[in-house]
Ligand binder design. Sequence first.
Ligand code: GUN
Length: 291
Amino acid sequence: MKLIDGKAIANAVKSEIANEVRKMIDAEQKVPHLAAVLVGNDPASETYIASKERACKEVGFTSSIYKLSEQTTENELLKTIDFLNNDDEVDGYIVQLPLPKHIDTNKIISAIDPKKDVDGFHPQNVGRMVMDMPCFLPATPAGIMTLLERSNIETEGKHCVVLGRSNIVGTPAAILLSRNSKKANCTVTLCHSRTKNLKELCLSADILIAAIGKPEFVTADMVKDGVVVIDVGIHRVEDNSEKGYKITGDVKFDEVAPKCSFITPVPGGVGPTTIVSLLTNTLKAAKKEVY
Ligand code: GUN
């Protein structure tokens, strides 16, 4: 069993990005600027935003955070979006999800200028992704593709089972993995809450992407020997340890790992490459490589 070191892979990409930033500084160009909008005070979202800000610093990007209260109205948020769309200083920005229930997420995402939509969530970027046209790829699925590629994991002709059909992870991951490309070319089964014979499908997976949002959902009896497991989940689960909790993924790591050829740990697997994909998109936005 080989552990996929997401941190090491992310660090390698980060140093490539930092080199690019140095070249931009030498050429007296503006350094890339990533902004983030956070509505409310969801602790997980605050942690993600802090990690993104730290990553920006590491590669030499400028970053800024727009913190809005939980009570912010849809119209107020749309005003912030309009401001960011027109701020030439900002190359790309994200609106951290989930948004409070009184705000229509799709309306907000659709208001983001696709040229600055470094999350790749705007319908124009999603459409371009499906058509394999230049676009900003969503960060988590792009990070998964980076992990597979940089770990030299063969994907062509493999059966890839994706658990979870979210717009952020499962659906785009299924699209990227089934693309006609040497880096993909998987046969993909996208599973969700209404899937029948889930266990049998998982047992036939050569590559299993767990993005189901349930702690330790995937158990040893659900995977075959030699499987590649990519665990997208991250959960804080109470236990009897000194801290009172542990961080776990969607996979019961201790019992599944011995059966795997490759597996991502949680934390330190998918998370770091997700953040790096956002940096990659921001660099592309700054260099106007997509639009
Ligand atoms: N919430 C969970 N994942 C993401 C992400 O990739 N982008 C944004 N904006 N919000 C998220």
